[in-house]
Design a protein around this ligand. Structure first.
Ligand SMILES: [Fe+2]
Ligand SMILES: [Fe+2]
Length: 168
């Protein structure tokens, strides 16, 4: 913990650490959801979707790393037990039990939309109170917005293909 670095935070630091840990839990669950989704996904456009899911998994793990670093700077401890991810998460975990590509995309779009709302709140909360955390959550928000668009544009292509199959 950096003492002066913690002192300049203009809000309740323990409350902030709690919120960052909740987002940290989300990132691990999102990482695993993408990682496993990329393994099991089936259907048209599979290859393109797999590439996207792997890229997103990598990004979510990087987000977990960014949050852990900030939590430690603030004198907190990142969640130590995976079982607590479920207790702390904002966005939950949607198991890729149905491997159909459209279902996987739908689940992950929902996850990204929840992530966008979570980081939007963190951005607003820290904007004038904690520029260091603000910078981190803003970068993550930018990635989540990009993720949603990536998945929705794959979904648009997929719907064209599925409509073509239905008309044959
Ligand atoms: Fe993320
Ligand atoms: Fe994401």
């Amino acid at each position: 913990m950096g003492t002066k670095g913690r002192e300049i935070v203009g809000m309740d630091v323990n409350e902030l650490i709690e919120l960052l840990n909740k987002a940290f839990a989300d990132e691990w669950l999102a990482y695993y959801q993408y990682w496993l989704g990329a393994k099991v996904v089936k259907g048209p456009m599979k290859e393109a979707v797999i590439a996207e899911l792997i890229q997103h998994a990598t990004d979510e793990l990087r987000h977990a790393d960014m949050l852990a670093g900030r939590i430690i700077q603030l004198g907190g401890t990142p969640i130590t037990k995976p079982e607590d991810w479920y207790k702390m998460t904002n966005c939950g975990y949607d198991a890729p039990e149905d491997p159909f590509v459209k279902t996987i995309l739908d689940q992950n779009i929902k996850g990204e939309q929840c992530a966008i709302m979570t980081y939007q709140k963190l951005v607003q909360l820290t904007a004038t109170k904690d520029p260091v955390t603000y910078n981190i959550v803003l970068q993550i928000l930018q990635d989540e917005v990009e993720h949603e668009e990536d998945l929705q544009s794959e979904m648009e292509d997929l719907e064209v293909i599925l409509a073509g199959i239905a008309h044959k």
